[in-house]
Design a protein around this ligand. Structure first.
Ligand code: GKR
Ligand code: MG
Length: 423
């Protein structure tokens, strides 16, 4: 079975004004939807980054895959490497989107096509993707409630307000958590931090701990805190959080923070490839790695990462950026088949509106905070062509072509700086 056609469709969907250390989300998030069609007429689905450089790479690789056997992942690797070697090097991307690091371009691009090729392999074998990945050790994959400080609405007057409202105080975040848990049943909570003064963010964790006793909690300042701030915060957070995600910036700083506090540190910022992992293990810089198949080079390389984490006694969790169902189900099948992925995975999916989903049936349901993987062949998804056309039309209508949280924040506050440490 060989690849007969590849379609790469850029799309955009609404994204709320979520705050982070780099600034604030723009009104639309970008993704690329990949359809790999075989000479037997079957289609495999993928979802990847939508920023201009990532899209250009996907569009350059796609046609060169025609004729490749769907089992030939080494062939895919070769085509990606040869094609990218002929493209101009990508500019540095959004700071908080690890996949937009130019050094990850090959891994991102490979991953975007590997998933649809694995989807096709599984469909051809008549098995779900988790079976192809080694078999499900869990059918219900737990995700965490991913909370953000946020404004009530975007600064663009033409953008309507979302259903979540403002969240700029501990009480408002507790209300956001309650709503997210009521809607989706999540049993663990992650707070995106690095935006408001640390006192407010730590008080938010304290209030969450009171409001949701027994729930595992995490805080992620995205490297925005100084060593002093992170150590002072550690003294208040100790006993309240299951892990401390990227409080300080850089591998060396993370190693020092762990030495000085003993708290388990997690990252999706300082360990984003195997070379970082080797260095981190040597320094005992992080104790939990957040995997993400989009920039770790696909589902198989994410399993390799899982094996290395097991070998070196590290915990394994999962990172997310704004995404739709194809990414969610790839994450869920991978997590289902990865025994040592024992933390609830991150997901931005609750922030997506149903009308913006591109698969048949609309948004995937969470039950008890989990996504269920079924025995439907492959990813178990089909595209809805009308929904896809709508999301592509949205992409064509808007001007955003590369994520820029800092530029967006400067519309509210022209003097805003994402320089670190911020606090
Ligand atoms: O969406 O604002 C965001 C997040 O801050 C995202 O960009 C990060 O990559 O979720 C991510 C994280 O865990 O650092
Ligand atoms: Mg993070």
């Amino acid at each position: 079975m060989r690849i007969a056609e590849v379609r790469v469709t850029p799309i955009a969907f609404r994204d709320p004004p979520l705050l982070n250390a780099a600034g604030i989300h723009e009104p639309y998030a970008l993704r690329s939807i990949i359809e790999v069609v075989t000479d037997h007429g079957e289609t495999g689905l993928g979802e990847g980054y939508g920023d201009a450089a990532a899209l250009a790479a996907l569009q350059a690789v796609g046609p060169r895959l025609v004729g490749t056997a769907v089992h030939d992942l080494n062939g895919l690797r070769r085509v990606v490497a040869e094609t990218l070697a002929g493209l101009p090097p990508p500019p540095p991307g959004a700071e908080l989107a690890p996949g937009s690091d130019p050094a990850r371009q090959g891994a991102n691009c490979y991953s975007a096509f590997e998933v649809p090729m694995l989807d096709l392999q599984a469909k051809r074998a008549g098995v779900p993707l988790h079976a192809l990945l080694g078999g499900a050790v869990r059918r219900e994959v737990p995700f965490s409630a991913y909370l953000f400080y946020k404004y009530a609405r975007h600064i663009e007057p033409e953008e309507s307000a979302d259903a979540w409202g403002e969240a700029l105080t501990p009480d408002q975040i507790v209300a956001q958590a309650q709503r997210m848990i009521d809607l989706y049943g999540f049993a663990s909570i992650k707070l995106k931090a690095g935006t408001l003064p640390p006192d407010v963010e730590i008080a938010t964790i304290e209030e969450l701990a009171r409001a949701f006793p027994g729930y595992p909690l995490r805080i992620d300042p995205n490297g925005a805190w100084s060593m002093e701030t992170a150590i002072a915060a550690a003294n208040r957070l100790r006993g309240l959080i299951e892990y401390y995600e990227d409080p300080v910036d850089g591998l060396e700083a993370m190693a020092e923070l762990h030495r000085r506090t003993g708290l388990p540190l997690a990252t999706n910022m300082v360990v984003t490839c195997f070379d970082h992992l080797r260095r981190s293990v040597g320094m005992d810089a992080v104790q939990i790695v957040l995997s993400d198949h989009h920039y770790w080079g696909g589902l198989r390389d994410s399993q390799l990462l899982a094996g290395m984490c097991a070998t070196f006694g590290l915990g394994l969790s999962m990172h997310s950026n704004s995404h739709l169902a194809i990414s969610l189900m790839a994450m869920a099948h991978l997590a289902a088949a990865t025994p040592n992925l024992t933390y609830a995975c991150d997901t931005h999916y609750p922030w997506v509106e149903d009308a913006d989903e591109v698969v048949l049936g609309g948004k995937i349901a969470f039950t008890g905070g989990c996504v269920e993987v079924t025995d439907r062949p492959g990813l178990g998804l089909e595209l809805d062509s009308a929904r896809l056309a709508r999301a592509h039309a949205t992409f064509n209508r808007i001007a955003i072509r590369t994520r820029d949280d800092t530029g967006q924040m400067r519309k509210y506050d022209p003097g805003f700086s994402p320089a670190k440490p911020r606090y």
